[in-house]
Design a protein around this ligand. Structure first.
Ligand code: NAD
Length: 477
């Protein structure tokens, strides 16, 4: 179903994110007919370029980042025809008035801030002073949304000076993943799970976001950020909220976001005893973290594992284990919900079987497994085995449904005016309010992260974090 007609201005339209994600994603939505044929995309960035030059730039990006089969020449030509460009300096006055005639009245108007957050306030202000934004225009802002609570508050205030909260779409591409949205469908669309979704029946929850790459060329940015700011405060916190929140009264942006906010506020303070921080060491052919960031005194973590607890009726006593890191064994993001064992086994002690698990895979291979115990088929007597009830989206629904990227889904939500999968200002601030004290403590105590082997599951201390309570991480394969 096509969305409404729109004009989308991409500030940073010549940047890396626009090239790799935003423009290829928009092209896919165009090719499938979801982006209306009249809709327009206007790249805006510093530097001289005309519309023709921008079309050539976007054509090259599509060729580079889309599968050849996705680029039907006629579709590409029609898509490029929808593009325009406006040179503009976020910090100067040039270019803004020239942008105005490029925008149409009477269609949805959205501005994507795919630029450094230090420019958000400048752009927001100029959109208003040059009369480019209306009361119903929307702005989309990229991460990182702040470096700590104070800077996040300052960013929120800069945006709030020119835009109302219902116009601001803070993007977290994890929320655009099919499986993440499915988590809500599974929880609230079935009678099966919700009665069991609490400390009485869930033994523990694990969230793993593992990457195989190092910090690469982003070393100087990353060294000021680290895994806590780059992954935990935003993406992992969002996943945790969707797992732990109470059922909202309806699937409506504020109803959902109110419930997520309550989870963040119920999180116990993070403690150093329940945290393991690591930095990858050099491998046989890979540089160490120190080499990558060119700072051998760095105290920034490229890996973190934490045990968290939520102090409310539903979750008291169920630990939430989270871990994320770079240069790990495999690229994998998953949520694992491990249920309690049955209260009493009627089978022989050596019959086998293990507690039920719901495994939600964000990548690779988006999908879900529900692990259940059955009898091993055959004449071997009552032997129990675990089998996954497997729902890999690509297998079940085809690559098209499974393969569309989070960015394109979220951009279509912006056009639809649906903020459910975007973070509200108070959520972001609450997440920073939880993150700030532990970040400060590490800094004050000069905590040094523990070196770990590249290609591993992080420092051994991360395994010990779970072993203490007789639990174990689900293996990274
Ligand atoms: P980039 O450096 O590749 O591109 C920056 C863009 O901003 C360019 O188009 C540049 O012309 C424009 N720009 C810079 N200064 C400007 C000014 N004064 N006025 C107007 N335009 C100006 O950056 P990127 O990697 O595309 O990242 C953009 C944003 O997205 C950042 O906030 C980043 O943190 C975020 N982000 C990027 C990625 C990624 O994979 N690249 C992932 C997540 C979030």
């Amino acid at each position: 179903i096509p969305v409404e007609d729109f004009d989308l201005v991409i500030f940073g339209g010549t940047g890396d994110l626009a090239r790799r994600k935003i423009l290829p994603g928009l092209y896919r939505r165009f090719a499938t007919g979801q982006m209306p044929p009249e809709a327009r995309i206007i790249g805006a960035a510093r530097g001289e370029m005309d519309a023709e030059g921008y079309r050539a730039f976007v054509r090259a990006a599509l060729n580079e980042f889309l599968a050849p089969g996705d680029c039907a020449p006629a579709d590409v030509a029609r898509f490029l025809d929808r593009l325009d460009f406006q040179s503009v300096d976020a910090r100067g006055e040039g270019g803004w008035d020239e942008m105005k005639p490029k925008l149409r009245e009477g269609v949805v108007r959205a501005f994507y801030f795919s630029v450094s957050p230090s420019l958000f306030g400048d752009i927001a202000e100029r959109l208003r002073t040059h009369g480019l934004a209306h009361r119903d225009s929307r702005i989309v802002v990229e991460k990182p949304f702040g470096h700590d609570l104070a800077s996040a508050k300052a960013l929120n205030a800069e945006l709030a000076a020119h835009f109302a909260e219902d116009q601001i779409y803070r993007i977290d591409h994890y929320l655009g993943k099919e499986t993440v949205q499915n988590l809500m469908a599974v929880r609230f669309g079935n009678i099966l799970f919700e009665p069991l979704w609490n400390h009485q029946y869930i033994d523990n929850v694990q969230i793993t976001v593992a990457e195989t790459v190092g910090v690469g060329g982003r070393g100087s940015y990353y060294d000021h950020s680290g895994a806590m700011r780059d992954m935990v405060q935003n993406h992992i916190m969002q996943l945790l909220c969707l797992i732990a929140m109470e059922p909202p009264a309806k699937f409506d942006p504020d109803a959902v976001r109110d419930e997520k906010l309550k989870v963040i506020r119920a999180l116990d303070p993070a403690t150093r005893e329940h945290t393991v921080r690591g930095q990858y060491a050099a491998g046989s052919d890979t540089p160490s973290y120190f080499d990558d960031v060119e700072n051998d005194a760095s105290e920034t973590e490229s890996f973190i594992a934490m045990q968290l607890s939520i102090s409310n009726w539903r979750w008291k006593g169920t630990p939430f284990f989270i871990r994320t890191g770079k240069r790990m064994k495999a690229r994998l993001s998953e949520i694992v919900i491990t249920f309690q064992p049955t209260p009493h086994s009627i089978f022989d002690a050596d019959a086998g079987g293990m507690p039920n698990q719901l495994v939600i895979r964000l990548q690779p291979n988006e999908g879900m497994d529900l692990r259940v115990t059955i009898k091993e088929p055959g004449p071997g007597g009552m032997r129990l085995i675990d089998v996954p009830l497997d729902m890999t989206f690509a297998e079940r629904f085809g690559q098209e449904a499974a393969g569309s990227d989070a960015y394109e889904r979220l951009i279509m939500d912006v056009i639809r005016g649906n903020q459910t999968l975007f973070m509200r200002g108070d959520e972001v601030e609450a997440a920073w309010a939880w993150t700030d004290p532990i970040l400060k403590e590490w800094e004050e105590k000069h905590d040094r992260p523990i070196p770990y082997e590249p290609g591993s599951a992080g420092p051994d201390q991360s395994l010990a974090l779970l072993h203490r309570s007789g639990r174990a991480w689900r293996e990274i394969k």
